[in-house]
Write a protein that binds this ligand. Structure first.
Ligand code: SME
Length: 158
């Protein structure tokens, strides 16, 4: 397998997700180690969209604990209901933030972050076991397209 992602930088966001999905599939489906897969998942997403930060927090002992990520260093533990990540966990739903300065309680791990999307990851019983957090250095970068395609990509990790 080629180790280079092939993504048309001039394509629309939707087209880039469409180009990424089969390549993510071939990266992940042949590998059983979840740490390896989470690592490549974050790297491929960051590389495709030039995101500031892509990473997972895992629910451990009633806190979110930092997992695999790509990007600047980040806070290691987040409580339920705190910040964007803790809110997505508590509400069990995606949270899209167009401007982090307008989100009460936003946790600024990096001062370069301007917008973000956080998606809960569920187990088979509907319990949140992790969250995926994606940050961008520009305002208003995430919408329903990201929500749909990031969920499709997350399904590859199951
Ligand atoms: N901004 C997040 C914290 C995690 S970092 O951005 C990586 C939040 O408000 O929950």
């Amino acid at each position: 397998m080629s180790k280079d992602l092939i993504i048309d930088r001039n394509a629309s966001k939707k087209e880039r997700y469409e180009q990424l999905i089969p390549q993510m599939e071939s990266l992940i489906l042949g590998e059983s180690n979840s740490l390896a897969n989470h690592s490549n998942f974050c790297a491929a997403l960051k590389q495709t969209f030039n995101f500031l930060w892509v990473g997972f927090y895992h629910v451990i002992d009633d806190e979110l604990v930092l997992g695999t990520f790509q990007g600047p260093i980040a806070c290691t533990r987040i409580k339920k209901g705190r910040g964007v990540c803790g809110t997505a966990w508590e509400k069990k739903e995606v949270v899209i933030v167009e401007d982090v300065d307008l989100f009460p309680g936003h946790i600024a791990c990096s001062s370069d972050s301007r917008s973000e999307i956080v998606l809960p990851v569920f187990d088979n019983n509907g319990e949140v076991i992790a969250i995926l957090d994606v940050d961008h250095s520009e305002l208003k970068t995430f919408d329903e397209i990201d929500h749909i395609y990031l969920n499709r990509l997350l399904a590859l990790l199951k």
